[in-house]
Design a protein. Structure first.
Length: 177
């Protein structure tokens, strides 16, 4: 009886976790429009790191990790660069902007059926200027763990889109190039 209980518990533990993968990043039309006002800029986001601790576990469901086996810094840098490319202001030979994710956290249980992504970055230009940007993106998550954690994973892209929008519409953004 004890062996059967241990075997069942082992099976439940091994099959109970799954990685929730958000969809690939998709470019925001609003961000592209905001970036087009910098038509003479030539930028690239590179050398992203993450100094903030990040707990990727969502309830007992498992971790939330970006698509394509990217790390969070790679996901955010790729998102910035995708937006720059669509706005025709991307250049590998342009001003290099490095980034540090100074805060990254999510909740799938804010107010019971709501959630949020809380992301902050410090962006530093090769010209020596830097800006700090913080964005808290709120969304409906759900009550049960499966629904809430999948909604949290799905909300990563719009959370990063909002972070980028807050960045490129900040009057200090132009000091980076």
């Amino acid at each position: 009886m004890i062996k059967r209980t241990l075997a069942l518990a082992s099976i439940l533990i091994l099959t109970g976790c799954s990685t929730m993968t958000p969809p690939r990043y998709s470019v925001s039309v609003d961000n592209v429009q905001a970036l087009k006002k910098y038509e003479n800029a030539q930028l690239t986001f590179s050398d992203f790191k993450q100094s903030a601790a990040y707990s990727s576990n969502c309830r007992l469901m498992g971790p939330i990790q970006p698509a394509d086996n990217l790390s969070m810094p790679e996901f955010v840098a790729k998102a910035f660069n995708d937006e720059l490319k669509m706005a025709d202001v991307y250049s590998e030979h342009g001003t290099k902007i490095s980034g540090d994710i100074t805060n990254i956290a999510f909740s799938s249980v804010a107010g019971l059926t709501n959630g949020y992504w809380d992301i902050s970055v410090k962006l530093t230009s090769s010209n020596g200027n830097s800006i700090d940007v913080h964005n808290k993106y709120e969304f409906k998550s759900g009550f049960d763990a499966i629904t809430a954690c999948n909604a949290t994973a799905d909300a990563l892209t719009p959370a990063v889109q909002d972070l980028i929008k807050k960045t490129v519409t900040d009057p200090s953004f132009s000091t980076l190039f």
